[in-house]
Design a protein around this ligand. Sequence first.
Ligand code: COA
Length: 390
Amino acid sequence: MAGRLTRRWSPSLLQVLRFPVVQLHMSRTAMRASEKDFENARNQLKLLTKDPGNEVKLKLYALYKQATEGPCNTPKPSMLDFINKAKWDAWNALGSLPKETARQNYVDLVSSLSPSSESSSQVKPAAANEKQPGSENIIVTSQDGITKIMFNRPSKKNAITTSMYKEIIHALKAASTDNSAITVFTGNGDYYSSGNDLTNFTDVSPNSIEETAKNASILLREFVDAFIDFPKPLVAVINGPAVGIVVTLLGLFDAVYASDKATFHTPFSELGQSPEGCASYTFPKIMGPAKAAEMLIFGKKLTAGEACAQGLVTEVFPESTFQKEVWTRLKTYAKLPTNSLRISKELIRSNEKEKLHAVNAEECTVLQGRWLSEECMNALMNFMSRKSKL
Ligand code: COA
């Protein structure tokens, strides 16, 4: 598993992105890009400070191949070879587009991506703006008796990468023994989180997919165990839509406050997957089996109001006053005697712990099998290629 885009496209696309830098010549005398323009565009890519996103990377890859090698005539990669299959599809979709046109389109596309300040001949070192994988995707702060763990990957709707899972486990362990009274999860940006990063599974070679699924299952189990065992009150401040595992985990939280713009969605069947986070046990208990089935089996998306009516959410606040009201309340709660808070939580949760660990283990085993299923592979492929229609 690996989540960051920059790693998903290695090595071939990154080779395109990391060419040595030379002077840039942006002017074109005719609507036909010269070899020199093409080379400059390749070099210009290196100056981008912002990840251009999946769709654009696929387009760049396809145009580059078409411009240098002509129409795609290599064998189609297997279904399991996600990345190469997506790239092959993108290249193949260009059909018999002439090399010169591909070259021109490539130059135009690169030009459209580059802010004018970056179109100069000044060159920054390649790695100057690279972030360490996952290093800032989870932000942990502690103040006023509250440890806040914030999903901080807004450009990806706070999707959770493998390294973020590990960071969260680590953050929960640290929070369980720090001085804070309560621990709060929230999201930065418009989403709470879009759940598991669906590319966690696409950066693996077909040969190692079984091992990857096994490792992912082990990591997921450890991740959910950290929530089951967390000793202090755990609160979710749901600032926007929540998808997948960040929803299923809510049954393990002690309070869930939601903005009225939040939604709750667990599209497991659509993804060829199955519930995790102990939801197969907690959701029927919280909302009754019929309502739980509608969410977990049929993927019905709930509004914040519906989630509150079904007992998944503690209280809903208008978006305009959400942050102020919730944090004021939490600061008050955090002043309550710390030991008393822990002991009361322990009383409420301890009888269930053994059961929850067993449910977690079972869900992770089932999921491991699902991740290897054709249904799941197809769903991931659809997600990967949904924006790559050129
Ligand atoms: N995994 C990986 N990437 C994700 C993601 C996820 N769970 N959720 C969002 N992203 C990425 C998108 O691929 C896109 O990346 P790009 O800019 O490189 O193309 C970026 O985040 C923004 O998302 P986008 O889809 O453009 O925004 P949207 O408002 O149209 O849709 C979602 C938002 C969340 C509805 C949509 O991205 C989605 O359905 N994501 C998958 C959610 C999911 O199924 N989670 C797993 C549940 S088990």
